[in-house]
Design a binder for this molecule. Structure first.
Ligand SMILES: Nc1ncnc2c1ncn2[C@@H]1O[C@H](COP(=O)(O)OP(=O)(O)O)[C@@H](O)[C@H]1O
Ligand SMILES: [Mg+2]
Length: 263
């Protein structure tokens, strides 16, 4: 379990995240949603162990402040929102950066994990390409393959591993969005846990089990999709008229935007 309690973060002298609490369970996908600037990335950075915070963030029962970088690296993989790479690395080199050095791997095993990770994000055959010559969506999938090399098993020594994904599908076409969301869902079904920052409320409704809604750094709602994805919550958080409907065939919720709120 990841247990975030009373998380507060100040950046540049201002409060960016204030008193946010929620839990994420292994075996489920938790989506963090909210408008631009609402603190989603900042919250993810704290959970990843990359940012100082007040409050508590426990991962599998351990406060992450007390963990060594190698312990964190074995427990969670992080897909940042933006990954600028200034050197001409190949796809193979980037993906293999995810292979944690502490683990003794046979070179053939490392190659197999890297190839499988690339194939799982539909980039088989891209190994020799230069990262900077790929499209934005292809780069995003290379980064995800790197994360999957680092966290190649959803459960290690009986403990769940975590994928922390900041907007994993925001620059992908519809088919690759489904590929990546399905991959994350399978990771959960095999016992791992996923927290993903999402903008697409319909993909969130289809794939996530729980939702955390942020507005201006504060928690507005957290819980199962059905209780959080409501007209009232969405209207309040996003400031526009949104209607949550149900797909007749399988009762899946979908959100229809119909107008900006009148001033
Ligand atoms: N390093 C920083 N210094 C000062 N303010 C920051 C910094 N990083 C982010 N912010 C501010 O914090 C708020 C939340 O940012 P962020 O977590 O990136 O939002 P989101 O991911 O929800 O779009 C924004 O108003 C942003 O401008
Ligand atoms: Mg962000």
């Amino acid at each position: 379990m990841i247990n975030v309690s009373n998380l507060s973060i100040r950046l540049g002298g201002k409060s960016v995240v204030e008193d946010v609490s929620f839990t994420a369970e292994a075996g489920t996908m938790t989506a963090i949603c909210g408008p631009n600037g609402s603190g989603k990335t900042t919250t993810m950075k704290a959970i990843s162990g990359e940012l100082a915070y007040q409050g508590a963030v426990q991962m599998n029962g351990a406060e992450i402040r007390g963990l060594q970088p190698w312990q964190l690296a074995e427990m969670r993989g992080v897909l940042p929102q933006a990954s600028a790479i200034s050197f001409p690395f190949t796809v193979r080199e980037i993906v293999r950066m995810g292979l944690t050095s502490g683990r003794n791997r046979h070179p053939e095993q490392a190659d197999r994990i890297a190839s499988e990770a690339l194939a799982s994000v539909d980039l088989g055959g891209f190994e020799g390409r230069f990262y900077q010559e790929l499209s934005g969506g292809e780069q995003q999938r290379v980064q995800l393959a790197r994360v999957l090399c680092q966290i190649s098993e959803p459960v290690i020594d009986g403990k769940p591993c975590w994928l922390l994904l900041d907007e994993p599908v925001s620059s992908l076409d519809i088919s690759h969005q489904l590929t990546i969301m399905t991959l994350a869902q399978r990771f959960c079904q095999r016992g791992g846990g996923v927290i993903a920052v999402m903008h697409d409320l319909n993909l969130t409704a289809l794939f996530a089990d729980r939702m955390v809604l942020l507005k201006t750094g504060r928690l507005q709602a957290a819980g199962p999709i059905k209780t959080v994805l409501t007209d009232q919550h969405l209207q309040h958080v996003f400031g526009c008229n949104l209607r949550v409907n149900r797909v007749p065939v399988d009762d899946a919720p979908f959100v229809l935007a119909h107008s900006a709120l009148a001033d």
